[in-house]
Design a protein around this ligand. Structure first.
Ligand code: FRU
Length: 497
């Protein structure tokens, strides 16, 4: 089917109910479907939005185009949870149905105000000449999940930005509200993070200019900026598009990065940092648009889109695409973000068993001969080892998702998805590699959900997230190396959420 612009922006009521039903059934039946991650009910999912705690529950929304695996007319799809792991589908909530969001209810955030959740999002509007206008809109969600949009936008694009001005994060600081936004500066055509303030939320918003957090050029556009305070230190998470790879190397089409600082002055729009360049938030293949927030329990939680703009995935052929990551808890160590699974992930574990160094048979050490496609593997590989951990392996592990490691001198960890089923996005490389401290044991906490792997390395010092699309019959976990390898760990099958 050809996805013309006209088709992508067809109002939802022009689609018949049966089409949607068929799309949902097709997504449900996919062998690659996720079982304990948030995935689109149909069509395409992208950014997490409005991640919050409200009325005794966790909430997150996802950007969705429900009618196919493409970026079309977007809405917010609401998910609710008691524990950040088991999510209940609350359906489409913020829809493109006003003159200020007619071509998409784009990304945004949420904050609790009195007994309501206040949503701030970008209304994407195209005029007759298909010129884009961005409005930063507000809406109230009550305790029953009903949405009431404000009649007028909160912020209109200032003269110093181009049409690329979106993804507001609303924050309360002192007695004022602040919004930070992704922007493209008109004069320089560079990516910026804009900041606005308001003392009464629905009245006047003051343009405070751009946030000063780096002296480097951040490419041509910044999407999804997100400010959190981790251990009281400001951390700005954002997606620079077109960033010079000499500033920070990355291989994905667009990276998701962060800068950690020591002070953040809201009214001056200034973040004090000694960090010379942004750092990749995830060292894998597929993370974008991460949204984090300071929760009332004192913790900082983050959730990411596992997918990237402007690239295709194999499930496009099945008319659905992408998922969200599991929720990650953030902390800081030596100025770097640590990301860990939340404790409640443990509730998905089924009877676990210990794994120990196995004998080499036919050149491999079998960890699990039938792991299934839904599990957690915690494994510690001793120091001075050199080899490969195969996931989703065939019997002879000639096809597998390969996790290559060296825990001796010149230590590294690398993920190679070139032999893990269908290949895709080859243009951006089939491997991702990080350096490790030399001569130290390597701790991996690996979560597999059919077509998604999230690998937490050394207690969250790195995370590598990726999609892969292997035959679901291939479910061997094994190790290969020149010599016999020493390791121990635990394996759990995980339940559906
Ligand atoms: C990032 C993004 C945002 C925008 C949204 C639209 O992936 O392009 O900038 O608000 O997706 O779905």
């Amino acid at each position: 089917m050809e996805w013309t612009t006209k088709k992508r922006y067809l109002p939802y009521n022009k689609w018949d109910a049966e089409t949607l039903f068929d799309l949902q059934a097709q997504a449900d039946q996919s062998q690659f479907q996720l079982h304990y991650h948030i995935r689109p009910s149909s069509g395409l999912l992208n950014d997490p939005n409005g991640f919050s705690y409200f009325n005794g529950a966790w909430h997150v929304f996802y950007q969705q185009y429900p009618f196919g695996p493409v970026h079309g007319l977007k809405s917010w799809h609401h998910m609710k949870s008691a524990d950040l792991v088991h999510w209940e589908d609350m359906g489409l909530t913020v829809k493109p149905d006003t003159q200020f969001d007619s071509h998409g209810a784009y990304s945004g955030s949420a904050t609790v105000i009195n007994d309501k959740l206040f949503l701030m999002y970008t209304g994407n509007v195209r005029d007759q000449n298909w010129v884009r206008h961005s409005y930063q809109n507000g809406a109230w969600m009550d305790q029953n999940g009903h949405i009431k949009k404000l009649a007028r936008p909160l912020i209109e694009a200032p003269n110093h930005v181009t049409e690329h001005f979106r993804d507001p994060q609303i924050l309360k600081h002192g007695d004022k509200y602040y919004a930070i936004l992704g922007a493209q500066d008109k004069e320089t055509e560079t990516g910026k993070v804009a900041i606005f303030s308001s003392s009464d939320l629905t009245g006047k918003w003051n343009d405070l200019g751009y946030i000063n957090f780096t002296d480097k050029d951040m490419g041509y556009m910044i999407e999804c900026p997100n400010l959190v305070f981790v251990d009281d230190q400001p951390v700005l998470i954002f997606c620079p598009q077109g960033l010079d790879k000499k500033i920070t190397p990355y291989e994905n089409i667009y990276p998701n990065m962060y800068v950690a600082g020591s002070k953040f002055k809201f009214d001056a729009g200034k973040m004090t940092t000694t960090q010379a360049a942004p750092i990749n938030l995830d060292d894998g293949f597929d993370v974008y648009a991460t949204q984090a927030f300071n929760a009332p329990d004192g913790k900082v939680y983050a959730i990411s889109w596992v997918g990237l703009p402007d690239v295709e995935y194999p499930t496009d052929n099945e008319n659905w695409a992408n998922c969200l990551s599991q929720v990650k808890e953030l902390s800081l160590k030596n100025g770097r973000l640590i990301q860990r699974p939340v404790a409640a992930m443990g509730t998905l574990r089924q009877a676990g068993h210990l794994i120990r160094t196995a004998k080499v048979i036919d050149g491999r050490q079998v960890v699990e001969s039938h792991a299934g496609q839904q599990y957690e593997l915690k494994i510690t590989i001793a120091r001075n080892q050199n080899g490969t951990l195969h996931l989703a392996g065939t019997h002879a592990v000639d096809h597998s998702l390969q996790l290559n490691f060296n825990t001796g001198k010149d230590a590294f960890f690398e993920i190679d998805r070139s032999k893990a089923g269908q290949t895709f996005n080859k243009k951006y490389g089939m491997t991702r590699k990080i350096c490790l401290p030399e001569n130290q044991a390597l701790d991996l906490d690996v979560f597999v959900d059919h077509s998604l792997a999230e690998v937490f390395i050394n207690n969250g010092e790195h995370v590598m997230t990726l999609r892969y699309f292997a035959d679901q019959k291939n479910d061997k976990i094994a190790l290969t190396g020149k010599n016999s390898l020493n390791y121990y760990g635990t394996f759990w099958n995980l339940a559906d959420m």
